[in-house]
Design a protein around this ligand. Structure first.
Ligand code: ATP
Length: 377
């Protein structure tokens, strides 16, 4: 009898996992559950603890505290080779003297798989990563992107339950990275293996992951689907780490209405719990690409409307990026797309900035967000 999918244990579970190196708490009490077949990205700035987390799942580091489970089985103290996990490193770590085919077949040979099976599985993997005609080459005869695919094929051919990827595209140039992102996502969907992908590149995480976690100082600050985390980040750090964000100081009046420093009212989305934050010094986050910039300051914007003067207008082809000085001293960033020439404001010009309520999100005050526990989703 097959079990319903939702009763399957998570592919990876971390419970209260901490890793301390002398004085440094590289990872500080994190909880995580990765679903079977999920593409999960760990995202954050350099030094936030991403690699250490991944290394603990792989068994290359032991947690100082906490437990790690794979498919419901406690593997906290198991060495790497006893875990059904493979790792792809940024450096690829290919064997230089071996052909591509031998590199891919290496793990299967070590396991003593029958040679006809090795050939069939290796060929299938090379086909999957688009390197069918490269089996006889050696790594130095391949581009960086091709080497990266060999490393991927070599890990996937073992059919691990979980694949760990540590900045696997770090050595590739921007264009190849983009096309690899699309391919990697397709490959992951085809093989159905759980991916735990570490990166500091938010575009990479956003474009591939089913869910992502943003880490900061060893802790998880936010976790969820990329669109939710981008559109409704729970802290200022997350808002600013994932793309650009305007942070506006706001105050609640006695009636519970939000106001900007110039007294004008602000409405934000209330389709979630953010409206429950009622500290007097909350802030509203606004993504620059969600703002509409209209020439002139005589527009009756009413709610969600700010008047200002263009400080800079940078034409970037696909968008015009503005910095706009507001009457109360703050500077707003606005990225306007598809602007006809007659709508493009010039430096020194008066403008009105507006946005729809669904595009503003409330952020807790600094005091509220410090030491904040990661939300459970
Ligand atoms: P990056 O993106 O730069 O690789 P990261 O988010 O992966 O960074 P980690 O490599 O996990 O971060 O490091 C987290 C913290 O732990 C850093 O302060 C780092 O200096 C420290 N650290 C990591 N490994 C060790 C170690 N073996 N000994 C001592 N400190 C370490």
């Amino acid at each position: 009898m097959t079990e319903p999918l939702d009763t399957a244990p998570p592919a990876v579970t971390l419970r209260h996992v901490t890793k301390a190196f002398a004085e440094t708490r590289a990872v500080d009490d994190i909880d995580l559950d990765l679903g079977q077949g999920e593409f999960f990205a760990l995202l954050g700035p350099s030094g936030c603890g991403k690699t250490t987390t991944l290394r603990m799942v792989g068994g290359f580091e032991l947690p100082t505290e906490g437990r790690i489970l794979l498919g419901g089985q406690d593997v906290t103290m198991l060495p790497p080779y006893k875990r059904d996990v493979n790792t792809v490193f940024q450096s690829y770590a290919l064997f230089p003297h071996m052909t591509v085919a031998d590199n891919v077949a290496f793990g299967l040979r070590r396991k003593g798989v029958a040679s006809a099976d090795i050939t069939r599985r290796s060929e299938r993997m090379l086909d999957l990563v688009g390197l069918a005609g490269f089996a006889k080459r050696r790594p130095h005869q391949l581009s960086g992107g091709q080497q990266q695919r060999v490393a991927l094929a070599r890990a996937l051919v073992n059919e691990p339950k979980v694949l760990l990827l540590d900045e696997p595209m770090g050595a590739l140039d921007a264009k190849i990275r983009k096309s690899m992102q699309i391919e990697l996502k397709k490959i992951q969907q085809e093989v159905g293996i759980t991916f735990l992908y570490v990166t500091h590149d938010q575009n990479e995480a956003m474009s591939m992951a089913d869910r992502l976690a943003v880490m900061n100082g060893g802790r998880i600050e936010d976790i969820g689907a990329p669109q939710r985390v981008y559109d409704r980040p729970v802290t200022q750090f997350v808002a600013e780490f994932l793309g650009s964000c305007n942070i506006l100081p706001v105050q609640y009046d006695a009636a519970g209405v939000l106001h900007l420093p110039d007294g004008s009212p602000v409405l934000v989305a209330t389709d979630d719990d953010y409206h429950a934050i009622t500290a007097s010094d909350a802030r509203v986050g606004l993504r620059p690409e969600k703002l509409v910039v209209t020439r002139g300051d005589n527009v009756d914007g009413g709610v969600n409307s700010i008047r200002g003067v263009v400080r800079t207008a940078t034409y970037l082809g696909a968008s015009t990026d503005y910095e706009i000085e507001t009457s109360w001293g703050g500077v707003l960033k606005a990225f306007a797309q598809n602007l006809a020439d007659e709508h493009r404001a010039q430096p020194g010009e008066r403008v009105t900035v507006t946005w729809s309520a669904g595009h503003g999100f409330i952020l807790p005050s600094v005091a509220e967000s410090s030491g904040e526990a990661a939300p459970v989703t």
